[in-house]
Design a protein around this ligand. Structure first.
Ligand code: GDP
Ligand code: MG
Length: 740
């Protein structure tokens, strides 16, 4: 037997799937996370039942890939029963999909999920209302708390053995005549689920029209005989309207809210604070800052910097924190580094120590000065080491971002952003895939599919790399060490992420100003209620991430490292053996050509400039390669903790900016190509190419004004920011006037 789980995004399908099958799959809050099909086995019944977790959808129309996948699965693979998972805390909205599923000739059981949350807010649900209206069984469950699942499966099992005819809530509506006649025609042709196909034909569904062109013509004729109404013959709108009307007529009082708290749920209360009109954005920034502080700070809670506690890393503390000490060359004294490190830095110290020990071990074994010692120790191990020592920090950052996603907070961020930037023609829906970009650009770009407007989709894909992905984090962590002394590492990393977001918003406003269509679609994404993230799912997600990282490191990154090693160890006359001076290598000669191109950006100037230029290019293979290349070329030690280059802060910032805004890695470029429209892709490439150059230049020049005096820089930044906001407002005003 085969049961399929169907339902809206975030209704808890994957949670239910995991509870039933014991598989570990990631649970997230974005529409589209479950794009791939997941299959598992439920064993507690007389026979084994395979369970399929379908992607989350709001309807069965063919607008998004998720919808097409779910619909085709139900129609073609004919599961024995569909378990329609419904978020009981959001009943009416979820039942919209139910009304469509019911039209198919297949057994259906409704699983009213999240009953624990509903009950804890003191509400109840009149299950009979739903069973009576729809004529299918309805079981209250909590996928999270494992309640009612056995009962659900028993009911589904017995329903699965009884054939069921489709039913429609439109049967008694004003278009019932058209539906009936179309259904009859399909019936004559012996088409399965005639009712479902009939209504889709009436909705002008492209897939159906292609499948039954003749009948579609007949439907058009039937329609002409119907009286016109306020929808002007737009049958898709009529059908949707009738569904919603039916739902609100029948189920408006199905959820009985507890009287004492007047329908205000805990989530509502939290939202009052977190999505506050004025404080919403500052709170978001504060939360992000805390995340970066816990991941990148060398001075936890600013105990030294601000509170002046002067904790010294001596003796046991030093051993424990792994902070190490600095050797003062002038006085010859050993100065213990001050400060208790954050969890991220703490883990990185230990990881660095571990990987360093491995390299030393190898060096001890292998003969000195041979080419293969060079390849293994200076090439592969040094390169890999530089990435692996940052693995704990990436994983930690990922953990925090997953918690923010799973708890439902990221959906709020999209909502807050929508409210703040709607004026400028930006919609919050686009922020959802963008925020996913903090993890990895590839799934983020795929997530852009959920946006209906093609222009909006192209624009979102274009801006995705600006939301700094996990693979870029090692670069920032290493540069944070380079700016240390004048700057706190966590604040530096935070500011890079912020720069990405701000530039993305400004770029979006500019692109929108040049586009003809200035309408912002309404923000209809539902805000899931807050959940405590599930430990098991978080761990499964982190494990996935770590595995992906290790696979990537041992394949393409190692290949790139070997290539860089070869190019930097031999001169054009490679038969003469290893070069003594890296400046004579093939790589140096190539890098020095690149250096001319990057020279105006500040960071590529000077004797080491070509190395930075090369590192930037290797980032195309994988963004982690930037650090690996820098370590290989001797710009930092193999753990990325000691820096051996001298760049002013403005140049370091410009280097960070270039790497943040330039082409993403090849995998992401390929995704962008397949996900964006044909017209847009070349523009996207040009945008990344020129955009990163211009922004890096800007950052360098602005940084120089800060080097004159901090207040000069501040004035320049404020004036520029003011000009951008003003221009944005002017454009949006003019556009609105034009459209009115
Ligand atoms: P999907 O998009 O339908 O696959 O939904 P998920 O399984 O990813 O669940 C979305 C969120 O709802 C997650 O944060 C889950 O922890 C939460 N969730 C799922 N089922 C329940 C439930 O029965 N009760 C509560 N309180 N939360 C749940
Ligand atoms: Mg899911």
């Amino acid at each position: 037997m085969k049961f399929a789980l169907a339902g809206n995004p975030n209704c808890g399908k994957t949670t239910l799937f995991n509870s039933l099958t014991g598989a570990t799959a990631h649970v997230g809050n974005w529409p589209g996370v479950t794009v791939d099909k997941r299959e598992g086995i439920y064993k507690k019944l007389e026979e084994k039942v395979s369970i399929i977790d379908l992607p989350g959808i709001y309807s069965l129309s063919p607008y998004t890939p998720e919808e097409v996948v779910s619909r085709n699965f139900i129609l073609d693979e004919k599961p024995d029963c569909i378990i329609n998972v419904v978020d009981a805390t959001n009943l009416e909205r979820n039942l919209y999909l139910t009304t469509q599923v019911l039209e198919i000739d297949v057994p259906v059981v409704i699983a009213l999920n999240m009953m624990d949350a509903l009950r804890s807010s003191g509400s109840k649900i009149k299950v009979v209302d739903i069973e009576k209206a729809f004529g299918v069984r309805c079981v209250e469950i909590s996928a999270l708390k494992n309640q009612g699942l056995d009962e659900l499966m028993k009911v589904a099992y017995s329903e699965a053995r009884r054939p069921r005819r489709g039913m429609s809530v439109l049967a008694n509506s004003r278009i019932s005549r058209v539906i009936e006649e179309t259904t009859n025609k399909l019936n004559e042709e012996k088409i399965e689920s005639p009712l479902f196909h009939a209504i889709k034909l009436i909705e002008n569904d492209e897939i159906e029209i292609k499948m039954h062109p003749e009948i579609a013509k007949g439907v058009e004729e039937l329609k002409t005989k119907e009286p016109k109404d306020e929808f002007g013959g737009d049958y898709e709108a009529i059908v949707a309207d009738q569904r919603y009307k039916y739902i609100s007529e029948h189920f408006a009082n199905t959820v009985i809210k507890s009287q004492d708290d007047s329908g205000v749920t805990k989530s509502d209360k939290i939202d009052k604070v977190l999505t506050h009109r004025i404080w919403g954005i500052p709170i978001f920034l504060a939360i992000m800052f805390i995340v970066f502080h816990l991941t990148f700070s060398e001075d936890l809670l600013f105990l030294n910097g601000i509170f002046g506690l002067e904790i010294k890393n001596e003796g046991f503390i030093n051993f424990l924190t792994g902070m190490g000490a600095e050797f003062d060359e002038e006085t010859g004294a050993i100065i213990p580094l001050a400060g208790i490190p954050s969890l991220g830095v703490f883990l990185q110290n230990w990881m660095g120590w571990l990987t360093g020990a491995i390299i030393d071990l190898f060096r001890g074994f292998m003969p000195e000065g041979t080419w293969y010692t060079g390849l293994v120790c200076d090439g592969i191990l040094t390169g890999l080491d530089s990435i692996f020592s940052f693995l704990p920090q990436i994983i930690l950052l990922f953990l925090f971002i997953s918690i923010l996603e799973d708890s439902g907070y990221m959906a709020r961020v999209a909502f807050i952003m929508d409210r703040a930037f709607r004026k400028f023609g930006l919609s919050g829906k686009a922020f959802i895939p963008l925020l996913m970009g903090f993890g990895c650009s590839v799934p983020a770009m795929m997530g852009a599919k959920t946006l209906e407007d093609e222009k909006e989709r192209d624009m979102t894909i274009r801006l995705t790399p600006f939301f700094s992905c996990g693979a870029k984090a090692p670069t920032w962590a290493m540069l944070a060490v380079a700016v240390a002394g004048s700057f706190l590492g966590d604040i530096f990393v935070f500011s890079i992420y912020l720069l990405g977001i701000v530039v993305a918003i400004i770029a979006a406003i500019i692109m929108k100003a040049f586009s003809k269509n200035y309408d912002v679609p309404p923000f209809i994404m539902e805000l899931p209620s807050y959940h405590a993230p599930q430990f098991r799912n978080l761990m499964a997600h982190l494990w996935d991430k770590a595995k992906h990282f290790v696979v990537k490191a041992s394949t393409i990154i190692t290949a790139a490292i070997i290539l860089i090693w070869f190019l930097s160890s031999f001169s054009w006359a490679f038969w003469e053996g290893l070069v003594d001076d890296i400046d004579e290598s093939i790589l140096a000669s190539l890098g020095k050509v690149l250096q001319y191109f990057f020279w105006p950006l500040g960071w590529a100037q000077g004797a080491e400039g070509w190395k930075f230029s090369v590192a930037t290019i290797t980032g195309l293979i994988a963004k982690e390669d930037v650090v690996a290349t820098m370590a290989q070329l001797g710009l930092c030690d193999e753990a990325g903790e000691t820096i051996s280059f001298a760049l002013s802060n403005s140049r370091i910032y410009a280097f960070a900016a270039y790497n943040l805004f330039t082409f993403p890695c090849f995998a992401a470029i390929a995704t962008a190509k397949s996900e964006s429209s044909k017209k847009a892709f070349p523009i996207t490439l040009a945008f990344w190419f020129f955009g990163s150059y211009v922004i890096s230049l800007f950052v360098f020049l602005i940084g120089l004004t800060f080097e004159v005096a901090w207040w000069v820089g501040l004035i320049v930044v404020l004036v520029l920011a003011g000009a951008v906001v003003l221009a944005g407002l002017l454009v949006s005003k003019r556009k609105k006037l034009q459209q009115a």
